[in-house]
Design a protein around this ligand. Structure first.
Ligand code: FAD
Length: 482
C-alpha cells in the first residue's frame, strides 16, 4: 500500500491538476492537504481581499473532495514541519505539489524538496499554472525576454492545444484518525465591511471558475476585441482571481478557446486577442522569475533615484479612498473597494494618476492593490505597476500620462461607469461629469453638486501636475547622462 500527500496551494481545483493526477495514478491512497503558512510568503503574504477569496475557495474545494469520498486536511504552521508530521501520521512515501513562481515560494519549495528527498520521501512538483515554464523561454542569445511582443511571438509559435488531466472520479478516504482541521480557524475572513460586496460580485471555487469560462466564451468572447477597453461593459473574462488561485488553469482556457476559434474568422480573431492577454500573464511570471527583486525595485534602475513627492501620505490616503476629485479615478478606486476588482483600463488610469500626477511611489499603489484586489498576484501586479509608472520591462513611456478626462470621454462614452460609482455626480450631463470643475455654476446648481462639499475639489490640476511629472522625469534622464 503506498500513500501520497497532495499538497494543495494555489491550484485549488480537481481538473487539470497534474500533482493530483499523478498521485492518484501512482499511489493506492491519497491525502489532500492544505497548509496555511502566510508568514512563508512574507513580505507578500496574502492581502485582505485575497484571504477572503481563499476562505471561499477552500470551502469549495473541501466540498468537492468530500463528494469524491475523501477529506481536505487543513493545517497551520511551517510547511516543512506540517508535511513531516503528516508523513509520519499517514505513512506517506511521497508528496506531490504544483509549482509556484514567487521568489519566497521558490526558495521554500526547493528547500522542502531537498529535505524530503534526503529523508527518502519522493517529492514531485509539476506545472499547473503556466503555459510555459519561465526557464524554457529565452531570446536567441539565451537571455530572458524584457519586451512583450517578441516574447509572445516566440511562445505563440510553440503553443499547441494541450492535454488536460481529467478530475479523478473517486478519492478513497485514507485510514487513521487524522483531524480534518477547521477552516474558520485559519482566520481568513476580514472584519472589514466590504466582504458583503465581494460575496455578491464573485463565486470563488472551481465550479464558479468553470461557469465563468462558459459565460465568457458564450456571451462575451466575440465582443472582446472591440469591447475589452470599456469599463461599464462586461466583455472581459473576469477570470483573473480564478486564475490566480488556480481554480482554472491556462491549459484549460487554451482548450476552450481553441474550440471557439475553430467556429469562424471572427471567433479566431477574438480568441487570438484574448490569448495575447493570457500571454501578458505568462510574461509577468517570466519577468518575476528572472528578476525576483522587481516587486520592490524598478527594473529600469534610473527610477531608483526618481524624485517622488516627499509628503505623499495624505494624497495617497485620498487616492485609496476614491476621493481625489477626479471622477474616473474615484470611480475605479470605489469599484475596487466595493468588488475587489477593477477594470484593466481603469487600473491604468488610477495608476498613472498616482505615480505621475501625484508622484507617489508606484510601490505604494502596488501595496493598496495587494490588499484590496481579489486577483492580487505578485507577478501581474508588479508588472502592471512598473509598466504604468514607466520603470518596468516594455513599459509605457514615462511621458505618456493618462488624462482621466479624455480617458472617460473615450472609454466611458455614456459615462455609465462614472455614474455607477460616483453617484453624487450622476445628475451632471455627459459633457460635465468627467470634469465637474469646468462646469458653469448654474449647471452645478441644477445638478445639486457643490465641489468641496458634495464632491471633493480635484486634488491637483491635471495639466500642472503632468508638467511637474515630466520635469521630474527629465531630471532623472539628465542625471543618467552625467
Ligand atoms: P481579461 O482581459 O479577460 O484577460 C484574461 C486574463 O489574462 C486575465 O484574467 C489575466 O490573468 C490575464 N491578463 C490580462 N491582462 C493582463 C495584464 N495586463 N497583465 C498580466 N495579466 C493579464 N492582474 C492580475 O491578475 N492581478 C493583479 O494583481 C494585477 N494588477 C494590476 C495592476 C495594474 C496597475 C495594472 C495596470 C494591471 C494589473 N493587472 C493585474 C492586469 C489586468 O488589469 C488584470 O489581469 C485584468 O484586468 C483582469 O481582468 P479579466 O480577467 O477580465 O481580464
Amino acid at each position: 500500500m503506498s500513500t501520497a500527500i497532495v499538497w494543495f496551494r494555489r491550484d485549488l481545483r480537481l481538473t487539470d491538476n497534474p500533482a493530483l493526477a499523478s498521485a492518484v495514478r501512482e499511489h493506492d491512497r491519497v491525502v489532500p492537504l492544505y497548509i496555511h503558512a502566510p508568514h512563508e510568503e512574507s513580505p507578500w503574504s496574502p492581502g485582505a481581499a485575497s484571504r477572503w477569496w481563499l476562505h471561499q475557495s477552500l470551502a469549495s474545494l473541501q466540498e468537492r473532495i468530500r463528494a469524491l469520498g475523501s477529506r481536505l486536511i487543513l493545517r497551520t504552521g511551517n510547511s516543512y514541519d506540517v508535511l513531516q508530521l503528516m508523513i509520519n501520521e499517514t505513512d506517506a512515501d511521497a508528496v506531490y505539489w504544483n509549482r509556484l513562481y514567487e521568489p519566497a515560494a521558490i526558495l521554500r519549495d526547493s528547500d522542502i524538496k531537498r529535505r524530503l528527498r534526503a529523508a527518502g520521501v519522493t517529492a514531485c512538483s509539476a506545472n499547473a499554472a503556466l503555459l510555459f515554464e519561465p526557464w524554457t523561454v529565452a531570446t536567441r542569445s539565451g537571455d530572458p525576454y524584457r519586451v512583450f511582443t517578441p516574447f509572445w511571438k516566440g511562445c505563440r509559435a510553440r503553443l499547441e492545444t494541450p492535454e488536460v488531466f481529467e478530475a479523478p472520479n473517486r478519492l478513497p478516504e485514507f485510514r487513521g484518525g487524522i483531524e480534518g482541521g477547521n477552516l474558520a480557524e485559519l482566520d481568513l475572513l476580514p472584519v472589514r465591511p466590504w466582504s458583503e460586496g465581494l460575496a455578491s460580485a464573485w463565486q470563488p471555487g472551481e465550479p464558479g471558475a468553470l461557469d465563468q469560462v462558459d459565460v465568457f466564451m458564450q456571451e462575451a468572447l466575440d465582443r472582446y476585441p472591440s469591447g475589452r477597453d470599456f469599463p461599464d461593459r462586461q466583455y472581459t473574462s473576469r477570470l483573473s482571481p480564478h486564475l490566480h488561485f488556480g481554480e482554472v488553469g491556462p491549459r484549460q482556457l487554451m482548450v476552450a478557446i481553441t474550440a471557439e476559434m475553430a467556429s469562424g474568422p471572427a471567433q479566431e480573431q477574438a480568441g487570438e486577442k484574448f490569448l495575447r492577454q493570457v500571454g501578458w500573464r505568462e510574461f509577468a511570471h517570466h519577468i518575476l522569475y528572472h528578476y525576483p527583486k522587481t516587486p520592490e525595485e524598478p527594473l529600469d534602475a534610473r527610477f531608483a533615484k526618481f524624485p517622488w513627492r516627499g509628503d505623499w501620505q495624505q494624497l495617497y490616503g485620498r487616492w485609496c479612498r476614491g476621493t481625489t476629485g477626479i471622477p474616473l479615478v474615484d470611480a475605479g478606486l470605489r469599484e475596487l473597494w466595493s468588488t475587489g476588482w477593477m477594470h484593466n483600463r481603469v487600473r491604468m488610469v488610477v495608476g498613472s494618476f498616482l505615480t505621475k500626477n501625484l508622484r507617489v511611489p508606484w510601490q505604494q499603489g502596488a501595496r493598496w492593490f495587494w490588499d484590496t484586489l481579489v486577483d492580487a498576484d505578485l507577478a501581474n501586479n508588479t508588472l502592471g505597476w512598473q509598466w504604468i509608472s514607466g520603470c518596468g520591462p516594455d513599459a509605457a513611456p514615462y511621458f505618456r500620462v493618462f488624462n482621466p478626462v479624455k480617458q472617460a470621454e473615450k472609454y466611458d462614452p455614456d459615462r455609465k461607469y462614472i455614474r455607477r460609482w460616483v453617484p453624487e455626480l450622476a445628475s451632471l450631463s455627459d459633457q460635465h461629469i468627467a470634469s465637474p470643475w469646468n462646469a458653469p455654476a448654474p449647471v452645478m446648481k441644477a445638478a445639486g453638486v457643490r465641489l468641496g462639499e458634495t464632491y471633493p475639489l480635484p486634488m491637483v490640476d491635471l495639466k500642472e501636475s503632468r508638467q511637474q511629472a515630466l520635469d521630474a522625469y527629465q531630471a532623472i534622464k539628465a542625471g543618467d547622462r552625467t
